[in-house]
Design a protein around this ligand. Structure first.
Ligand code: PGA
Length: 247
């Protein structure tokens, strides 16, 4: 499976970052899973200058601009130069800060243009009785699918993260039965832009209180290809337990 540790802004010391980095290298060496660290920008520079030992790096965001007088922006060329393999785009925490679907499309394109795999986050804020959330998800997904070629869609990773389940605990996460329905629904939308068997090749991750206690069940019954892990990824013991639970 593809296991992406989304550190968000939860790691604020170099010592802790290096400890988590060692843990990730150990896990990458000892398990069959792909371990990716989505760290704050400064740690990407720190890790890129060291032996990665199978760990891959992800940025948590990318600028839509490409160069120039843009104070504070982190551009794709810089991420490419550091060897970043994945870039999270459209996380709900960034959408909450005002990122629009149009901006997210631009960022996905910038990630692809710089040789990185975009991890496109989508997810409803709540579930309503009338299943409006399905239209909401479609609304987040289609602007991106419309803007990409079939080849580009194939290199997309989609992270399904119901916002109501983020940052809580395993008991608030989705059930594996609901998850497998959502994965089917997402694949159906993708298949409208990628006919044939292609849509089954697009990786879908689950995120939202994935923890050691529920990861195995969600992986087994959910039809997913991996996880985007937030709070359970910033303590070595917890992250190790989560990866081991998937062994
Ligand atoms: P969580 O975060 O695992 O803490 O719920 C997941 C995410 O927001 O990517």
């Amino acid at each position: 499976m593809l296991i992406v540790a989304n550190w968000k802004a939860a790691v604020a010391s170099r010592d802790k970052a290096l400890k988590l980095f060692s843990t990730a290298k150990r896990l990458a060496g000892n398990s069959k899973h792909d371990i990716v660290l989505a760290t704050p920008f400064p740690y990407l520079g720190l890790f890129a200058s060291r032996q990665l030992k199978g760990v891959e790096l992800a940025a948590q965001d990318i600028s839509e601009v490409t160069s120039g007088a843009e104070t504070g922006e982190v551009i794709g060329a810089l991420l490419r130069d550091l060897g970043v393999s994945y870039i999270i785009v459209g996380h709900s925490e960034r959408r909450a800060r005002g990122e629009t679907d149009a901006l997210i499309v631009e960022k996905v394109k910038r990630a692809l243009a710089n040789g990185a795999t975009p991890i496109l986050c989508i997810g409803e804020r709540e579930r309503d009785q009338d299943a409006q959330y399905l239209q909401f998800l479609r609304g987040q997904l289609t602007p991106v699918l419309q803007a990409l070629s079939q080849k580009e869609i194939l290199s997309l990773v989609i992270a399904y993260e119901p916002v109501y389940a983020i940052g809580k605990s395993a008991s608030d996460a989705i059930t594996s039965a609901d998850l497998s329905e959502m994965v089917l629904y997402i694949r159906k939308i993708v298949s409208e832009y990628l006919p044939g068997k292609g849509s089954s090749r697009v990786k879908i991750l689950y995120g939202g209180s994935a923890e050691p206690g529920n990861a195995r069940g969600l992986a087994g019954g959910g039809g997913i290809d991996g996880f985007l892990v937030g709070h359970a990824s910033v303590e070595s013991a917890t992250f190790t337990a989560l990866v081991k639970a998937l062994a």
